[in-house]
Structure formats: C-alpha cells, structure tokens
Design a protein around this ligand. Sequence first.
Ligand code: SAH
Ligand code: SF4
Ligand code: F3S
Length: 491
Amino acid sequence: MREQNRNKNQEIEEILEQMDLSQPAPETEPMRQYWFMKKARELVKEQSEKLGRPLTACTTTFGCQMNARDSEKLLGVLEQIGYQEETNEEDADFVIYNTCTVRENANMRVYGRLGQLNRVKKQKPHMLIGLCGCMMQEPEVVEKIKKSYRFVDLIFGTHNIYKFAELIVTRLESQRMVIDIWKDTDKIVEDLPSERKFSFKSGVNIMFGCNNFCSYCIVPYVRGRERSRNPEDIIREIQGLVADGVVEVMLLGQNVNSYGKTLEHPMTFAQLLTEIEKIEGLERIRFMTSHPKDLSDELIEVMKHSKKICKHLHLPVQSGSTEILKKMNRRYTKEQYLELVRKIKEAVPDISLTTDIIVGFPGETEEDFLETMDVVKKVRYDSAFTFIYSKRTGTPAAAMENQVPEDVVKDRFDRLLKEVQSISAEVCSVHEGTTQSVLVEAVNDHDPALVTGRLSNNILVHFPGEKELIGKIVSVRLDACKGFYYIGTRV
Ligand code: SAH
Ligand code: SF4
Ligand code: F3S
C-alpha cells in the first residue's frame, strides 16, 4: 500500500479485521462493501496460492477527470482485496477498462483494445476482464459486448461503481459473465478506499451527474441526474487528504457552478469554496468544469479575494455563434459569454482562461464558425480543447438536419486549431521573466536533471532540481517561454 493513503485505507483495514464472514453481508453501505472486500480477499488469496504468486491488476482510464478519480476508487478496492498494481495490461491477471463515450472515437478505441485482449486471454484463461464507466450505460454497447465479446467477465456502470468488491465476489463465485447496470441513482456512498495517483494532489468529487442536457452531449444520459455531496463530507475528505500530504485539490463536477442546489440545506459553490479555503495546510484549490450560464458574481468575488484558488478558469464556450449556442441548449449568448469574461478578467487580471470548442455542430455555417473564431481572438485563451462534433445516439442533436460535411468540418477545425495555437503561444509568453510559485509534480520525462512543476495558472515549467522537491511549492523564475511551457530556475 502506498504511503500516502495509509490513514483512510488503514482505518478500513481495521474495520475489515472485525468483520465476521460467517454472518450474512450487512445491508447498509459502506459496511456491505467492506464485508465483500474481506470475502474477495479470501478468494483472491486462494487463487494466488494456486498460482504461487501475487495476483496483479491493470486499470486503463479513458475520458475525463471524473473517470480518473473513479479509477482511483477501483484501484483502492483492488489493493484492499490483494491485487498488486501492474502497468502492463498483457501481464495482468485482471484488466479493467474505465470507459468514456463522449465522442465516437473513445468507443472505437475500447473495441479495438478488447479485440487484442481476447488473444491474451486465450493464453491465460484465469484472466479477468472488467468493463465499467460511461460507455456501459448505453444499452446498445452492453448488447454488443454480450454478443460479440463473450470473454468479458464483468460489466458495470457509473452509478454502482461503489459495488466493485461485491461484483468481483459474484463473478468469482459464479464463473459467469456478471452484468450490473443501473439506469440512475440518487445514492452517494462515502468512505470507500482509494489509491491516489499523486501523493501531493487529488481530485475530489463535489457532485455527480448533470442536468443541463446540452443537445450534443451524452453525459447526462450516462452519468444521471445532478446530485451534490454534503459539504461536511467534502471538507472531511479534504482534511484527510491534507493530513496525508496533499497540498492541492481539484474539485470535480460536470457543472460545479450549480453545486449545492439539490442539498437538504442548499448552499452555493462560492460558499463551499469559502469553507474549503479555511482548511489549514491546503495550499491550492482548482475546480472544473464551470458552465458559463451558472457562473455567479459571488464566485468571481470569492476568486478575487482568495489566497488559495488557482488563477485558472476552464470556461467552455463550445461555440461563438448565438444561433448555434441556442441549438446546443447552452443558455447563454455570445455577448453574455464575452461580458462574463470581461468581468472575470477585471476582477482577477492575471487569470488564465481555457475552454472547450466544438466545430461542425449540425447547421453550423461559415458565418457561425467565424463567430467562434471571433470569440477566440477576443478572449485570447491560454489554451483550448478543440473537438470535431461527434454524433451521439439518443441526443437531440443526433436527429438534427444539416449535419455538416466532413471536409468542411475538417477545414474549419484546422483553421481554428492554428488560431488557438498561435494565440496560446503569445499569451503564455507574457509571464517570461517573472518569478512564480510552482508546485513540483515530477522528475522531467526527458531529462532527469530537471523537475516539472505547475504554476497557479496551470502552465508547466521545467527547471533544474531533484526528486525530493516533488510535492513542494517553490519559487521559480520563468526564464524562457517555449510555446506552451517554460524553462526556469529556482530562486
Ligand atoms: N461538463 C463539461 C464538459 C464535459 S464533456 C462542460 O459542460 O463543459 C467535455 C467536452 O467534450 C465538452 O465541453 C465538449 O466540448 C466536448 N463534447 C461533448 N459532447 C461532444 C460531442 N458530441 N462531440 C464533440 N465534442 C463533445
Ligand atoms: Fe454535457 Fe453540457 Fe452537462 Fe457539460 S454541461 S456534461 S457539456 S450536458
Ligand atoms: Fe467521458 Fe463520461 Fe467523462 S462520457 S468525458 S468519462 S463523464
């Protein structure tokens, strides 16, 4: 078990020791899952004794930060039940794909890799293959796997990921394909184990699901209705993380600006941030994603005065055309978006803004596209994720007429990317020569004499340093801008 998660996972370990497997599994969560973790541990131990070596598991994550955080929870359970982490899929005894379905190409990648896994499993019949995440919430996907990928052992969705231990036990005891998908849930199960990827920073879910139904987007269908965690649970989790050495948290939600609306005692996202700011030992707070329609003046005010909230805002615009935004059901106009950006820049002058843009939404004309280019030029984003519109079955946009021809979309996409990149290089370089605080994240991939750290505004800087600096916040002078990152010196 990695050092950093000792506290939480150690607590769970102690509860597991008390658990009596001769009694039936408890009905309430998380106790029920603890019981199954202990049960699974026995089954895993049996198999590992047969093989004469520890069992290993490999988790591959597709998609967004939500999925990345979910995978840490999967790994937490796997650790508890006795699997060791393996990074090479072909060598693992248990392979899990935590899938994404936001665009068609995410799905294609999963099918492609499953084909390869089938070959590996033929050589290694005891190998388990598990599929979970957003793609599994689509009934057609599950049908296809049941028909054409019979060698898969375990399929579950986004709503019952907390049942992972129970599902593993069901699979190991039945020797048959186990499928458990829920349509939706209003349940949030707290206090499950997790294995963090980084010792010094962590994602923290503040809410689940999405109620916005942007017309192109499948997320509300696969992640269910919006529900917020209780502020006390969030604060308690962050306090625990800080005690474990975490200095930076990323608050996660599909639309963090609508946090708290569904709580018994409603509170705003800005109020939650104010509470989190008070946590001693926590140095940096990030969050994503912000929907422009719900970004309040109260939040801007809190960001303006905060010492811990990072100077970075991801504010997806999707399109610059008011006409297209309306068809996308985004519920703001081009002018409202630009006004919002103006207010934010006025309140927090050195903020870095990033965005998501979709090109080729049904009915997008050249004029609409030029409106998007205009927003890009006016806002001058630090960076932008640009996507080609992908038709998602079941969403309103999939049934819209005037789908834009592929060559037209490709041409617009290339023009947009060029503009975004050239602005991004200019914007990045404005900090050249300044000294900034940097959270050191890793030894540089290409040069072991360098370490890589992140500025408050999310830009990376490489500078001479040793691995002992990882997780520390240090002052670095930004000597030279190399497009979208810096080379610096510690001061
Ligand atoms: N909740 C976040 C985004 C989640 S999905 C938000 O509202 O901003 C991440 C990004 O994927 C979206 O911002 C959008 O730009 C892109 N996206 C979603 N559905 C898409 C689709 N059908 N085709 C192309 N890009 C899409
Ligand atoms: Fe999708 Fe819109 Fe919800 Fe974001 S806010 S997840 S784009 S529906
Ligand atoms: Fe993908 Fe699901 Fe995230 S569809 S983008 S992994 S919420």
